[in-house]
Write a new protein. Sequence first.
Length: 496
Amino acid sequence: MASPPSPASSASSGSSRRSLDQNRPLTLEDLVNHFVAAKRALNTQTVLWRANDIVNSAREQLEENAILAAKNASLRNIVDEQVDGLEAVRRGIDMVEADVRAEFKQLLHDLDASFAGLQSTLAVLRDTPIESVLQPPGTPQKHLYDFIDSATVTNLKDSLRACIDRYNEARSSLEDSNDAFDTALENLHHSIENVPNTPVTDSTPSPIPSLYHDLEGHAKEAAQAFQSLVRHYDLCATALRHTEGGAAAATQATGDAPVPSGEDPDAPQEPMTEEERQEMLGVLQKDAQEVEDVVSEIRERGSEMSFLLSQIDSHITHLRNEDSALNSILRMISHIAAEVRSHIATSRSFHASWLEDTRPTLLNGIEEWENQREFYERFDLAYAELLVEISSRRRRHEKAKRKAEEAQRELDRLHAEDERAREHFAVSQGDFLPLDIWPGLRDPPRRYEVRNVPIPRVEEGEEGDDDDDPEWEVRSIPQLGRNVVERALTRVKRRM
């Protein structure tokens, strides 16, 4: 029988049959049995039909494989690009937040330092008493702090606290938005990790072309093996037709007349010599021993084709699942991209709030704390210089007072001298001069006095009186203790 090499599994059965007596002439019963076996072997045609269906299905799946492989590769590239874009947006939001938080932290540190400096200056004002000699009698002890507007500090502190609260609210909203963004990205990455990954690379291409090639090979070999079975069947039919009573015996055994395939059953059979018939029977007997092996081979190839098709089906199913998962990922990305607009808007709102509200308010607060600290330090310094000035005024006052007393004594001496001179003149010449010769002849000398000028009252047009004015004591130059003046000088020199 002209057929492909039989599988190794059938070698033992074939050898056992060959162990029979091959020299025994074939009987009619042997020919009928061979014919029945040959006809039964042709039932393997169903395997060929199935093989044809398998090849057609595999061909369709080969085309689908090419489409899905290209589509999935494109989808993966799109997914990678979209994920990179989303992560770039997330990093951008992080950069904005990090920059703002770093600057906020620095400004808050500067603000605390400025406020601490102001508090230190205010503590000095609280601890610096007003000298009692500078206040009206009975005035309670006051300190420099009592003369400042503390409401300014309180109002600014409240304003800055409200600004920081607004910043914290904006940052809390941004953090909530970022948490939602991160959760969406984590879910996206988790979904991407769970996408069926077809291990197809340049070094490991898709197995389907190779499987399809193997399928075609099996189908071709099975078809050739079946053709050998058909030829054996034709040979059996021909042998029966050239054997007396063979056609009837075959018809009785199978219900069908022995007709070679492709021949007209009514056509007369071609004559055959006895030598040709014996040669035909020899070939028939030899091929009959291989029928079972060929049938087994066809069935094995059919089973192998079914197995290969299952592998192709499995790979295609994997590609379809990958395609479905990637499309699901794209829908998820589309949903996240729609939410990204909200995340970006929240980030922009946070940044705008920082630039337009928090940052300028904190900078103004730092500047205001510094200005107030500088002002109150100048106030403290001015009070120290006031004490020094009071001491200097007192010293100049004492000096002027001494000069005034010296001048008064000189004026009194000149007045007395003038008075004595006038009396001496009146004694020596008064009897000789009539009174009406000069009306001022008998006038006493003019008296001059050195005295302090009254300080005007607060009300315009009035003058104060040293004895009657209750504010005179306040307006006078007090006498400060030496240690008070020395401490004031020390403070002034330290600030210079």
